[in-house]
Design a binder for this molecule. Structure first.
Ligand SMILES: [Zn+2]
Ligand SMILES: [Zn+2]
Length: 181
């Protein structure tokens, strides 16, 4: 899920949690957004550059490398360790940070499962044939044609198309404003 979508949904969750958390609500809110810094750090280390632009470009490739293992802050073990510490130290601060991180990871899980399902459905609809060049493959890649402003419409099938890797790569070379993943 894109950082701006995380920010939107975290803001909604923060507003909902306001009656209970009051001024502390910014802690889980900040945690749920800053967790994505691990993408940036991972990129900075592996690509040996601190350029934010380069990192954004890197993750907007047609098929960005799967980095689940390297996403340290997203890792279930990190969350479990934090939970242990929060309980052990009876730390409200750690608990709030953990709530923000968990919210973020749950959104990512939800997003990935929706995207996987869309990919399967659209592949079947297209009979595993790339609509641009006609090549037939075991599985085509899911490409986002349009990202709606309203997050509720995010997973409508007409926002996506399945393409072969070559056509997908070509689609990302075009300077279209709405291309995302
Ligand atoms: Zn193609
Ligand atoms: Zn794409």
């Amino acid at each position: 899920m894109r950082p701006q979508e995380h920010a939107q949904l975290s803001a909604v969750a923060a507003a909902a949690a306001w009656p209970w958390l009051k001024q502390d609500v910014w802690i889980p809110f900040a945690a749920s957004i800053l967790i994505d810094a691990d993408h940036y750090i991972w990129h900075a280390i592996t690509q040996r550059t601190l350029s934010l632009r380069s990192a954004l470009h890197y993750f907007q490739q047609s098929n960005p490398p799967r980095i689940a293992d390297q996403r340290l802050l997203h890792h279930p073990l990190v969350l479990a360790l934090l939970l242990f510490l929060a309980v052990r130290l009876r730390s409200r601060l750690l608990g709030l940070i953990l709530a923000g991180l968990t919210f973020h990871v749950c959104l990512d899980r939800f997003h990935n499962s929706r995207m996987d399902r869309l990919k399967r459905e659209l592949n079947e609809q297209a009979h595993f044939t790339c609509p641009t060049c006609g090549v037939q493959l075991d599985e085509l890649e899911l490409h986002t044609v349009h990202t709606p402003r309203v997050i509720l419409k995010r997973y409508q099938p007409d926002n996506f198309v399945v393409l072969c890797p070559d056509c997908h790569h070509a689609a990302h070379q075009r300077p279209a404003g709405s291309v995302s993943a």
